[in-house]
Design a protein around this ligand. Structure first.
Ligand SMILES: *[C@@H]1O[C@H](CO)[C@@H](O)[C@H](O)[C@H]1NC(C)=O
Ligand SMILES: *[C@@H]1O[C@H](CO)[C@@H](O)[C@H](O)[C@H]1NC(C)=O
Ligand SMILES: *[C@@H]1O[C@H](CO)[C@@H](O)[C@H](O)[C@H]1NC(C)=O
Ligand SMILES: *[C@@H]1O[C@H](CO)[C@@H](O)[C@H](O)[C@H]1NC(C)=O
Ligand SMILES: *[C@@H]1O[C@H](CO)[C@@H](O)[C@H](O)[C@H]1NC(C)=O
Length: 396
């Protein structure tokens, strides 16, 4: 009985020592809502108006043939070359629901269909060691279609969320737990803060599959789109939406990790590398992409260390596109052969390893863990990743 009382008294004290966690999602890793009031649509079956906001990002019902054309026309962005920013299509309003809560980054699908699971296995594991959703597990979703230059408001909100979370959890410094593009988003965020702020509020940055130096996959998406690994989606249709996102330009291979003349796209008439990437956009007849690239390249080629302890986990030894090869006689409108190299299936190895360079650039420790054969998405529920995080949060 006495033992029980002692335990009961001790448990809150132990839990009080837990560092709260803020989940920072990657590209496509947040829910997105839209409200429509259009005067014209691309197809008669498309709805011109909706009464209220509805879930637009990866609602499978909207991704079937024909309906997907309506979807593309609602979710794509339009580049304004005067403001150098993107806007929604006329008559479309969007919002990112659930900032601060964990729900909308645990599940992309509000109905919790298993295909829409994102951070939920990590959150479930954290709950078993004493964490509480919305209190010590928070989420920081953002409009992943946009790059840091158009997400300045987000970084202000994230700073407030870190401070609030710290206070609500007995002044315990916060861990940022990021996936994929959430890694560079967190890096950008941390680089905006002073060292004394980071020392006070941040325990560490834990990154899974961090795309520190972009990926050749972005080069591929501009040419042929991406089916997001789904058998039912058509890459060419998805492309119409994907290429309008400034975040895609931001995820182009970084000049830090790719040599200027390294061939990214090979055709019999011309090769494309970072040194003539403008020609690539021109020959694809997508100069808005070149504009977005120029707007974001300064944010993708910055190796400044975050100035906090880093735990960087990433997969390797999975085929990952390194170059697009067009057979002689074919051109950019054809189907390239994807020449693979090392990576996690989405991000190239050299980009994933970007965090290792900080070892020499900051005093705070950098722990890098490469996990052989762990795919970009599979890392989110891989046993060794779950136990790594469990051990980390249990360290006092
Ligand atoms: C829809 O847009 C029209 C203008 O195109 C406007 O007159 C109308 O008030 C809008 N409706 C709603 C519900 O916002
Ligand atoms: C902006 O785009 C318009 C239409 O595509 C084009 O005519 C114009 O030259 C562009 N302006 C700049 C400053 O790039
Ligand atoms: C967290 O907060 C969100 C939004 O307020 C709510 O929908 C969700 O149910 C909450 N989750 C828990 C576990 O309390
Ligand atoms: C890189 O980021 C740091 C921190 O935000 C900034 O001070 C520096 O000017 C940036 N460097 C470049 C080349 O943009
Ligand atoms: C393109 O690059 C390949 C491989 O680096 C090279 O063999 C070829 O000659 C280049 N083609 C052109 C047109 O420059």
């Amino acid at each position: 009985m006495l033992l029980k009382l002692v335990l009961v008294a001790l448990i809150p004290a132990c839990f009080g020592a837990l560092n709260p966690i803020i989940l920072v999602p990657g590209d496509g890793g947040s829910q997105l809502d839209a409200k429509i009031n259009k005067t014209t649509t691309v197809h008669y079956i498309c709805q011109k108006t909706t009464k209220d906001f509805y879930n637009i990002w990866l609602n499978m019902e909207q991704l079937v043939p024909l309906v997907i054309d309506c979807w593309v026309d609602n979710i794509k962005l339009v580049y304004n070359n005067v403001t150098r920013k993107t806007e929604n299509m006329p008559g479309v309003e969007t919002r990112v629901p659930g900032f601060g809560g964990s729900e909308t980054v645990e599940w992309l699908d509000p109905s919790h269909a298993s295909s829409g699971a994102y951070f939920k296995d990590i959150a479930n594991m954290l709950v078993t060691v004493g964490y509480e959703r919305n209190v010590s597990i928070k989420g920081a979703p953002f409009d992943f279609r946009k790059a840091p230059n158009e997400n300045q408001e987000y970084f202000v909100k994230l700073k407030e969320l870190v401070e609030e979370t710290y206070t609500e959890n007995g002044k315990a410094p916060v861990m940022l737990l990021a996936h994929s593009m959430g890694g560079p988003m967190s890096l950008y965020f941390l680089n905006l803060q002073t060292q004394s702020w980071k020392n006070k509020y941040i325990k560490s940055l834990v990154s899974l599959s961090g795309a520190w130096g972009g990926s050749v996959k972005a080069v591929k998406v501009y040419a042929v789109g991406d089916d997001l690994g789904s058998y039912v989606l058509n890459a060419k249709v998805m492309k119409q939406e994907q290429i309008t996102n400034p975040s895609l330009a931001w995820l182009m291979p970084s000049t830090i990790y790719w040599k200027p003349n390294e061939v990214l796209v090979q055709t019999d008439k011309k090769n494309y590398s970072l040194s003539n990437i403008e020609d690539y956009f021109r020959d694809l007849q997508f100069m808005d992409g070149w504009e977005m690239y120029q707007d974001t390249v300064k944010h993708s080629s910055n190796l400044t260390a975050p100035g906090v302890e880093v735990h960087c986990l990433y997969g390797t030894d999975v085929d990952t596109v390194e170059k697009l090869y067009y057979k002689p006689g074919t051109w950019l409108d054809g189907n390239p052969t994807l020449v693979n190299g090392d990576g996690d299936g989405t991000v190239n190895r050299r980009s994933l390893e970007g965090c290792t360079h900080w070892t020499k650039l900051q005093q705070q420790k950098v722990f890098a863990t490469a996990l052989s054969k762990v795919d970009h998405m599979a890392i989110l529920n891989h046993n060794s990743v779950l136990s790594y995080i469990r051990n980390l949060v249990n360290q006092v």
